[in-house]
Design a protein around this ligand. Structure first.
Ligand SMILES: [Zn+2]
Length: 292
């Protein structure tokens, strides 16, 4: 299955609440995933809005993810770690209330630590969070994103290591970040294949992927640009997904948000048509190109 959506309320959606955003994503865009952003401070949904979003998503088969506030540091000093726990738990409760599949976090900064030590500290603190999730009986999964700057913990390899040590954590493949951190390392089909090969030991049944164009310098992300303006190709990614029969959710994080989500959808449909030889395709129907 391929799910497609965007990170945030669509730009062309008149209403500016998350409730408006999910309805628009389904009704006007016919997309089936959304990442809700709790990134600027802590967005608090009313009980009524949370209930609506949960029911609407279930009824219309929309997959929800939630992004926690950006500033967290699971490798920081005591105070920063406590602040991170608090933000994560508050966001996780809310994410859980709206039926979100994941709560996506940025792990933290190396500070004085080397990669190995930072990994150790982050694994320890992530385990603590997982136990808090269990204690609160949250169904939402903690997810950790690959990060696009050298001073930030979260290279692709580091995120794989965290997920190896902490089984309950889901990796978020932010391809723009992996590409930027590797100074433009994703260029060909083989580069995408290598990414999925590396993930094999985690035995994931579902891949959550952030897609955007990105500008970078010396292995650091500068900013996001529209997919077509970036130098990471989209077609080979879609080919690998279809060839390997991968179950994925593709979230557009481009500044064009839903416009690029729809662009992803069109590229997926183009790839399906190429395979079936037919003149139309629908991204939700992969019956002719994939095994069930
Ligand atoms: Zn993020």
């Amino acid at each position: 299955m391929i799910r497609i959506g965007q990170a945030g309320i669509p730009l062309s959606c008149k209403g500016r609440t998350n409730k408006d955003g999910i309805v628009y994503t389904h009704k006007s865009l016919d997309l089936n995933a959304i990442e809700i952003q709790f990134v600027r401070g802590l967005y608090v949904l009313s009980e009524e809005e949370a209930q609506f979003i949960k029911e609407y998503a279930q009824k219309n088969d929309i997959e929800i993810h939630v992004h926690a506030p950006y500033y967290l540091n699971l490798a920081g000093d005591h105070e920063e770690i406590m602040m991170s726990y608090e933000k994560i738990m508050k966001s996780a409760q809310m994410a859980n209330n709206i039926g979100s599949k994941t709560l996506i976090i940025h792990p933290g900064y190396y500070g004085e630590y080397n990669s190995k030590k930072a990994l150790k500290v982050i694994v320890k603190n992530a385990k603590k969070i997982i136990s808090l999730f269990k204690k609160e009986k949250l169904k939402v999964k903690l997810a950790m994103e690959t990060m696009g700057k050298q001073k930030v913990f979260g290279s692709f390899d580091e995120i794989i290591e965290v997920c190896t040590y902490v089984k309950d954590i889901v990796p978020i493949l932010d391809l723009g970040h992996i590409h930027a951190r590797g100074n433009g390392c994703i260029k060909t089909r083989e580069d995408f294949e290598k990414i999925f090969d590396k993930l094999k030991p985690l035995r994931l049944r579902h891949y959550i992927i952030h897609v955007t164009g990105v500008l970078y310098e010396n292995g650091n992300e500068l900013y996001h640009v529209p997919i077509k303006k970036g130098d990471m190709p989209l077609a080979p990614l879609i080919d690998v997904i279809l060839d390997r029969n991968l179950n994925v959710t593709l979230i557009s994080e481009s500044p064009l948000l839903e416009h690029d989500a729809v662009y992803i959808r069109l590229q997926v449909e183009k790839a399906i048509m190429k395979r079936t030889g037919k003149e139309s395709a629908y991204y939700k129907d992969l019956s002719e190109v994939m095994k069930k």
